[in-house]
Design a protein around this ligand. Sequence first.
Ligand SMILES: NC(=O)c1ccc[n+]([C@@H]2O[C@H](COP(=O)([O-])OP(=O)(O)OC[C@H]3O[C@@H](n4cnc5c(N)ncnc54)[C@H](O)[C@@H]3O)[C@@H](O)[C@H]2O)c1
Length: 271
Amino acid sequence: MSNQLLTGKKGLIFGALNEESIAWKIAEKAHAQGAELVLSNAPVAMRMGAINQLAEKTQAPVFPADATKMEDLDQLFAQTEAHFGGAFDFILHSIGMSVNVRKGKHYTDLNHDWLAKGWDVSAASFHRVMQTAWKRDSLKEWGSILALTYIAAQRVFPDYNDMADNKAYLESIARSFGYHWGIRKKVRVNTISQSPTPTTAGSGVKGFDAFINYAEQMSPLGNASADDCADYAISLFSDLTRKVTLQNLYHDGGFSQVGVSDAVMEKFLKD
Ligand SMILES: NC(=O)c1ccc[n+]([C@@H]2O[C@H](COP(=O)([O-])OP(=O)(O)OC[C@H]3O[C@@H](n4cnc5c(N)ncnc54)[C@H](O)[C@@H]3O)[C@@H](O)[C@H]2O)c1
């Protein structure tokens, strides 16, 4: 399927780690829809090497940047502008990590240094990315900025741990900064609230397998895959969604609106 929805558009994509990554799928589809891309990831993630395959496939250069470091981001944006020959059209922030989740720390016993680190990587980095683009005036009018989030920002999912709070913060940054982007540059800023998806970050959450099955049974359309998410992201980078901004957009097969499903009820029926 190729409609060339992004022909003539140029974008910077953060967060493709391996083939499972949501950012990987978005990069592939953006390329297929005619976009020119720059890829970035943290230096430590790039050492794993997989991103070079994506770079080849999408004919995109890869520039490393730790999204918690302003000097890295400034250099990355300078490299990206040099590659594109000036301002560009879209940014994908697909970055997340919690040290407490990784190390199995319970929410009632968080290590607060790890909390701060996870918040910086998962939430404040979105502000850092937008502030860098803002100061450099890196985006064209009617551009689009997108980040990925999860419904644990609104409702309790105990094993999502401190990432729930990070996502609430991330979504708030999208609104707060999105306001200024709209006024100054007609750039839109949104978050996609995605179904649980089997990726490196997703699978790190305790009980992920049970949880993804539960979400599947609760969603009238079933869970949205990383591929589905990529299709939605393309629409948000395209000119077909120019007046959509400051939104947290559920992309979850209907999960967010369902109280209980027949499939789940069946498991609780007594004979
Ligand atoms: N997988 C899910 O179930 C799910 C559901 C909803 C939202 N999300 C969100 O989607 C986004 C992408 O995650 P994913 O599921 O594709 O997993 P992933 O592990 O493939 O991607 C996470 C990315 O963050 C990058 N990253 C970590 N620290 C960084 C830093 N300091 N600087 C720059 N990059 C850094 C990693 O290298 C990796 O590429 C995240 O924001 C995640 O929270 C995931």
